[in-house]
Design a protein around this ligand. Structure first.
Ligand code: SAM
Length: 282
């Protein structure tokens, strides 16, 4: 049997008596044309290793396997094991199944080298996983991820837009990010309340060091914590006007207008002058 001979996903779900479970954030993509489109966005093929989080019934997994890639699939819901094992028996040694929580699994050890991440993420773990992949010790070659459309827009947002905030700065300081395709809620079974979108991220070779990333977390938290205020006010706990000036920024500007390079300069200035710029205790 080949991948093309597998029964339609709806039939496979019915044959295994499986229904979506809300607690696991389950909204399935059962249209193989759509999952093939996502696999094309991922630009993976023979010789590539792909980590897929949350394969569920395996629609995206099938499309990824069809490209010729090897897939390491991490699924928390044990009910899907038989269905995914059936897929594995067709894909041979190109599908490795890990029935576990992706937040706990050491993905560097799984991939045994460079790997891409492709996933229709469970919404409740999507953002923590993204931050882990972009700022943690193991960095994927690329990430092709489904998010709620509003979250996808926040990841790819540009300065000056209402969606621009901490997530955009952290994501874009560590990766090139683009909104690759929109997916309406009705494309999922069962449909979620909101539309979704696929984001494609390519981690930068010159990712900021862990110390710079930590500093970036501080300055973005302060800046966007009070996004309507001028930097001289919102950054006051970190050095206010002096910090903005040290970064070459207008202290009267607001965080939402500062580009990623500006935030990185703020992070550097904060690191350089952490003690000098800190206001004296009152
Ligand atoms: N990829 C499938 C598709 O496109 O049809 C399923 C997508 S569904 C939105 C999310 C999947 O992630 C579910 O199968 C769910 O059981 C799984 N999941 C939820 N939390 C998880 C976690 N922490 N680790 C691994 N898988 C998880």
């Amino acid at each position: 049997m080949s991948l093309g001979d597998l029964p339609p996903l709806r039939e496979a779900l019915a044959a295994h008596g499986l229904m979506a479970r809300k607690a696991f954030g389950q909204h399935f993509l059962l249209d193989l044309n759509l999952t093939r489109k996502i696999a094309r966005v991922a630009e993976v093929g023979p010789g590539d290793v792909v980590i897929e989080v949350g394969p569920g019934p395996g629609g995206l997994t099938r499309a990824l396997l069809e490209t010729g890639a090897r897939v390491v699939a991490i699924e928390k819901d044990a009910r899907f094991r038989p269905l995914l094992e059936a897929l594995g028996s067709v894909a041979g040694d190109r599908l490795e199944l890990i029935m576990d929580d992706a937040l706990k699994v050491d993905q560097a050890a799984l991939a045994c080298g460079p790997a891409h991440v492709v996933s229709n993420l469970p919404y409740n773990v999507g953002t923590p996983l993204l931050i882990k992949w972009l700022t943690g010790p193991w960095t994927p070659l690329s990430l092709t991820l489904m998010f709620q459309k509003e979250v996808a827009e926040r990841i790819a947002a540009q300065p000056g837009s209402s969606a621009y905030g901490r997530l955009a700065v952290i994501a874009q300081a560590t990766a090139r990010a683009r909104l690759a395709m929109e997916v309406p809620a009705r494309a999922f079974t069962p449909p979620p309340k909101v539309d979704s979108a696929v984001v494609r991220l390519t981690p930068r070779a010159d990712r900021p060091s862990p110390a710079r990333l930590e500093a970036l977390q501080h300055v973005t938290a302060a800046g966007f914590g009070q996004r309507r205020k001028m930097l001289r006010a919102s950054l006051r706990p970190l050095g206010g006007e002096a910090l903005a000036q040290a970064a070459g920024l207008d202290p009267r500007a607001r965080a939402e207008t500062i580009d990623v390079a500006g935030f990185l300069r703020l992070a550097d200035a904060w690191l350089a002058g952490r003690d000098r710029l800190r206001p004296a205790p009152q």
